[in-house]
Design a protein around this ligand. Sequence first.
Ligand SMILES: NC(=O)c1ccc[n+]([C@@H]2O[C@H](COP(=O)([O-])OP(=O)(O)OC[C@H]3O[C@@H](n4cnc5c(N)ncnc54)[C@H](OP(=O)(O)O)[C@@H]3O)[C@@H](O)[C@H]2O)c1
Length: 318
Amino acid sequence: MVFLTAILILFSIFAVVKIYLKLTTGRCRSHTCLVGKTAIITGSNTGIGYETALDFAKRGARVILACRNKSKAEEARSKIISETGNDNIVVKIVDLASFDSVRAFAKEINETENRLDILVNNAGVIGIGDDTSRDGLSLVIQINHFSGFLLTNLLVNLLKKSAPSRVINVSSLAAEGAKNLDLDQIAKHTSVMTDYYNSKLCNILFTQELAKKLEGSGVTAYSLHPGVVKTEIVNNTSGLLKIGFSFLMKFFSKTVEEGAQTTIHCSVAKGIEECNGEHFSDCKRVKAYKTARNPGLAKKLWEKSEQIVHLQPNETQL
Ligand SMILES: NC(=O)c1ccc[n+]([C@@H]2O[C@H](COP(=O)([O-])OP(=O)(O)OC[C@H]3O[C@@H](n4cnc5c(N)ncnc54)[C@H](OP(=O)(O)O)[C@@H]3O)[C@@H](O)[C@H]2O)c1
């Protein structure tokens, strides 16, 4: 009897949380048409990035799938074309674990594209441990922050020429966990979760500083938390972490279609320009997390990031 009651209570808690999540999931209500517009989405062969690309394709955009794996990206491209009938979907290869690859990708875009209306820095990883990139950095921080920073700088001229245009940085509530961001140690592996927390806080701080630098240019920037979303992101984790994440994703997650809504909202919703540099969740502007309300930290991160990616004066207009 006690066992049955416990099961019933647990089941009720699950049901209430599930219903709460469904009711509070934000949806992008904008009907903005993207015909004649070009969007780049990193990591768009799967997960939130794929759903974002699918939505932009439905709106008529030219969509550039910026992915590291050609066959996965081509598969995604075929699916998007067959589902939307929009064949203006292009695959371009970029490995965010390499600054050379980011520079080569940006060079090609700058040489071949006339415009860039939306840049979504979406690609992200968690749990690839203490692997170091060929640039000598912790892979997680390089993929999740430094490469997006570099890519945005390299493409900002094209974004400015296409204004009004937008930069969207997909962050996470996990940024709240980055209690002691140490910029001197930022490039080094600490622990699986700390690397991820730090990288997601960097996404928000980068957005804040970028927005300041872009003021008056017609280009605006937003960061966001997509929610807990059932994707492949936990595939690289192991042990208890994997069990915990898998549990969360099985019972308390959004679908990928729901998880892409805030990215889509920040990319296409009209009238959010006044929120330049702000953070969004469930398609609403939210107060920056405590860790992201640190005067001066965003500027310091920007300067550190310039050093780490070896940004040259002729590479950016920021
Ligand atoms: N899912 C969640 O609950 C959640 C919650 C908060 C925030 N987020 C954020 O949402 C974003 C998207 O994540 P997701 O959940 O959609 O994960 P996902 O399904 O694992 O997708 C991640 C994408 O990033 C790509 N990627 C990884 N490393 C790359 C590299 N070196 N170069 C280029 N692309 C690379 C992956 O490519 P491959 O397929 O080739 O690996 C994949 O396309 C991430 O920034 C994540 O931090 C997710």
